[in-house]
Design a protein around this ligand. Structure first.
Ligand code: C2E
Ligand code: CA
Ligand code: CA
Length: 623
C-alpha cells in the first residue's frame, strides 16, 4: 500500500511539473517572439526612414550602402526594398546564409501584413515621403537567437523540475517509510498482546477461522487454559508480579507445544492453544496434559517463588465440532468442567457436557426468577457446645425446591450462582432472611442463639457487601454478635488484601467470622493469624475418618486454633464415636447429622425454645 502511495505521488508531481513547464515554455516563446517582432519593426522603420532619398532618386548604390550596417544587427537575416511597382530596388542579405534564405524576403513581397514562420519573422514597412508611397521595406528576422534563448530556458526548467522531483521523491520516500512503520505498528497492536507478545484473541480466532474453512480436512485441537490462582498473585504480590507471571506462563506454553501450534493470550489469565495435526484423541490429550504439568510448578517472580496451576479444557475438530463457534464453546464447557472438578487438571470435551451446560444455563435463569419470587428457603442446622451439649447456633443452608426438578442441591446451584453475578442477589437474600429468622427464633429467648451465614468469594469482593450486611442487621434489629459469617479458605486466599480489610471492619461491628471447610485449601495454619477470625470449622472430610484415622491432624488443628484464640467447630459428625473422640480432644462445637440435620425454620424455632427452656439445666442436649 505504501509503495502504491509513493508511486502515485511521484507520478502526480511529475505530471504537474510537466504541465506547468510546458505552460511556462509556451509563455516564454510568445513573449520572445513579440519582442523580436517589435525589434524587427523598429529596424524596418529605421531603414525606411534612411532610404527615402536614395529610393526617390533610384540610387541603388546608396540604398545598398545604407543597408550594409545591418550586418551589426545579428537577427536581421535579409532586407529587400521594393519600389512602388513591386520590383526590387535593393537588398541586403547577411553573409553566410543560403540563397534560399536570402530570397525569403523577395518571396513575400505580396504580403501586406507581418507574419512569421518557425524560423523567421517577416515585417513589411512602407517608405513614405510627403504622403506618397515610395516603396516597401521587407525585413526578415531570424528566430535562431530566440530559439537558443528558449533552449536555455527549457534547460533551466528541466533542471528545476529534476530538482523538484528529486526533493519530492526524497520527501515521499521518507513519508512512505513512516507510513509503512505506522502500518506495521497498527498491525502489531491489532493482532498482538503487548504483554506477552503472543497473538491476541482477535488474531487467534482469525487463525482458527482460517484453519476451519469448509473442506479442510486437517485435524485440530483447541486447548483453553485458565490459571487457577492468578488472582492470588495479583492481590498479594501486585500487578507487576502478575504481569511477570503471565509472561513466564506464555514462555512456558510456547515451549510446551510444537512450533507449528498457535499459542495466544485471549484474556486476563486465559490462554489458548491451537494444536495442529493432532492426529488422534491421544495426541491432543497428551498435549493438554503436558500443558497442565508444565504449568503446575513454581515461577520465580523477582525473587518470589510463586506456585501456579492451570485448568485446561480442550475440544477437537472435526470430532467435537464442525465450526469455530461450537469448537470454542465445547472447549469452554470442558474448561468449566476442569475448574469445577477441582482445577489443576486437563478435561476433554464430552457430548454429555453440553447437556450439563444447558442445564446450568437453564438453572441460572430459573434461579434468578426463584430469588425474585422469594421461592427459596433456608434450612438451619443446629450447632451444639461439645462439652455441655448446649445449643449455641445454627447454620443457614439455602434450599431450592424446583417446580419440576424437585430439590436441587446447593452444591449444584450455588456454584452456578457463583459463576454469574447472581450470587450477589442470592447472598443478599440469604443474609436478610437469616437475620429475620434469627430475630424471630430469639424472641422471648433468655439465651439467644446466633445464626451462621455462608459467604462466597464474589460477595466479599463487592464494595457494597459490608453495607448490605449491616443493613440486613439493622432492618431486623439483630444484634451483630448473633451473626456469624462463614468464609472459605480459598476465598480468603484469593482476596487476601481486600479480605483482611473488609473482615476487620465487619469484626469491628461485632460480627463474628469463621473459616469454613478448614483444611481443604492452601492455608498454612499460621497465616490464619493475619485474619480477624473467631472460629474455625474443621472440614467434614477430616471428621469422617475419625476416630479410626486422622486423629493427629485434627488434634493439631484443635490445639493450633486454641492457641490463636479460635473456637473449633467439627462439621459432619455422624457417629457417637466421633462425638466422643472430639469431646475428649477438646473440640468446642459440633455440627452434623448425629446432633441435628438441617431443619426448617418452624422446626428450629421449636429446637431453640426447647433448648432455652432447659437452659437452666446444664445437662447435655446431645443424646
Ligand atoms: P457447607 O457450608 O460446608 O455446609 C455444610 C453442608 O454439609 C450442608 O450441605 C449440610 O447439609 C451438610 N452436612 C451437615 N452435617 C452433615 C453430616 O453429618 N454428614 C454429611 N454428609 N453432610 C452434612 P448443603 O446444605 O447441601 O450445603 C452444601 C454447601 O453449599 C455448603 O457447604 C455451602 O458451601 C453451600 N451453601 C449452602 N447454603 C449456602 C448459602 O446460603 N450461601 C452460600 N454461599 N453457600 C451455601
Ligand atoms: Ca458452611
Ligand atoms: Ca463447611
Amino acid at each position: 500500500m505504501t509503495r502504491a502511495i509513493g508511486r502515485v505521488n511521484i507520478v502526480g508531481i511529475a505530471i504537474a511539473l510537466l504541465i506547468s513547464s510546458a505552460g511556462l515554455l509556451a509563455y516564454q516563446a510568445l513573449s520572445l517572439r513579440s519582442a523580436l517582432t517589435a525589434d524587427a519593426r523598429l529596424q524596418a522603420a529605421m531603414v525606411s526612414a534612411n532610404i527615402t532619398a536614395s529610393l526617390m532618386f533610384h540610387d541603388v548604390q546608396a540604398t545598398t550602402e545604407i543597408l550594409r550596417p545591418l550586418a551589426n544587427v545579428p537577427y536581421v537575416e535579409s532586407v529587400v526594398v521594393f519600389n512602388p511597382k513591386g520590383t526590387q530596388h535593393a537588398r541586403y542579405a547577411r553573409a553566410g546564409i543560403s540563397e534560399d534564405e536570402a530570397n525569403e524576403g523577395t518571396l513575400s513581397r505580396a504580403m501586406v501584413r507581418d507574419h512569421f514562420t518557425l524560423s523567421d519573422v517577416f515585417v513589411a514597412t512602407p517608405v513614405i515621403h510627403d504622403g506618397e508611397t515610395l516603396g516597401t521595406v521587407v525585413l526578415v528576422a531570424s528566430t535562431e537567437g530566440m530559439v537558443q534563448e528558449l533552449g536555455r530556458y527549457a534547460g533551466f526548467l528541466i533542471a528545476a523540475c529534476a530538482g523538484a522531483l528529486w526533493v519530492s521523491s526524497v520527501v515521499t520516500s521518507r513519508m512512505k517509510a513512516r507510513v509503512f512503520a505506522a502500518e506495521q505498528e497498527l498491525a502489531y497492536l491489532a493482532n498482538t498482546d503487548p504483554l506477552t507478545d503472543l497473538p491476541n484473541r482477535r488474531a487467534f480466532y482469525e487463525a482458527l477461522a482460517a484453519r476451519l474453512r469448509p473442506g479442510c480436512n486437517e485435524r485440530l485441537a483447541l486447548i483453553l487454559i485458565d490459571l487457577d490462582n492468578f488472582k492470588i498473585v495479583n492481590d498479594t504480590l501486585g500487578h507487576g508480579a502478575g504481569d511477570e507471571l503471565l509472561r513466564s506462563v506464555a514462555g512456558a506454553l510456547r515451549a510446551a507445544v510444537r512450533s507449528t501450534d498457535v499459542v495466544s493470550r485471549i484474556g486476563g489469565d486465559e490462554f489458548a492453544v491451537l494444536a495442529v495435526d493432532d492426529a488422534d484423541r491421544h495426541g491432543s490429550r497428551h498435549t493438554a496434559e503436558r500443558i497442565t504439568t508444565v504449568l503446575a510448578r513454581s515461577f520465580d517472580l523477582h525473587g518470589a517463588e510463586v506456585r501456579v496451576t492451570a485448568s485446561v479444557g480442550f475440544s477437537q475438530f472435526p470430532g467435537d465440532a464442525a465450526d469455530v463457534a461450537s469448537l470454542v464453546s465445547s472447549a469452554d464447557i470442558a474448561l468449566y468442567a476442569a475448574k469445577s472438578s477441582g482445577k489443576n487438571v486437563a478435561v476433554e470435551f464430552m457430548p454429555q457436557m453440553t447437556t450439563d451446560a444447558q442445564r446450568r444455563a437453564r438453572l441460572e435463569r430459573e434461579l434468578r426468577d426463584a430469588i425474585e419470587q422469594d421461592a427459596l428457603e433456608l434450612a438451619y442446622q443446629p450447632q451444639y457446645d461439645c462439652q455441655t451439649g448446649r445449643l449455641v447456633g445454627a447454620e443457614a443452608l439455602v434450599r431450592w425446591t424446583h417446580p419440576t426438578d424437585g430439590n436441587i442441591a446447593p452444591m449444584e446451584f450455588v456454584p452456578i450462582a457463583e459463576n454469574s453475578e447472581l450470587i450477589l442477589a442470592l447472598g443478599q437474600w440469604v443474609m436478610r432472611r437469616a437475620c429475620r429468622d434469627a430475630v424471630r427464633w430469639n424472641t422471648e429467648a433468655r439465651n439467644p442463639v446466633g445464626v451462621s451465614v455462608n459467604v462466597s468469594a464474589r460477595q466479599l469482593r463487592e464494595p457494597r457487601f459490608q453495607r448490605d450486611v449491616l443493613d440486613a442487621l439493622n432492618e431486623h434489629a439483630l444484634p451483630a454478635d448473633l451473626l456469624e459469617l462463614e468464609l472459605t479458605e480459598s476465598l480468603l486466599m484469593a482476596n487476601m488484601a481486600v479480605a483482611v480489610n473488609v473482615m476487620k471492619q465487619l469484626r469491628a461491628e461485632g460480627i463474628r467470622l469463621s473459616i469454613d471447610d478448614f483444611g481443604t485449601g492452601y492455608s498454612s495454619l499460621s497465616y490464619l493469624q493475619s485474619f480477624p477470625l473467631s472460629q474455625l470449622k474443621i472440614d467434614r472430610s477430616f471428621v469422617k475418618a475419625l476416630p479410626q484415622a486422622g486423629q493427629p491432624i485434627v488434634t493439631a488443628i484443635i490445639s493450633m486454633a486454641h492457641s490463636f484464640g479460635l473456637t473449633v467447630v467439627a462439621e459432619g459428625v455422624e457417629y457417637p464415636a466421633q462425638l466422643a473422640w472430639l469431646r475428649d480432644a477438646g473440640c468446642d462445637i459440633v455440627q452434623g447429622f448425629l446432633t441435628g440435620r438441617p431443619i426448617s425454620f418452624a422446626e428450629i424455632v421449636q429446637v431453640v425454645r426447647k433448648a432455652d427452656g432447659s437452659a437452666a439445666a446444664t445437662d447435655c442436649r446431645i443424646e
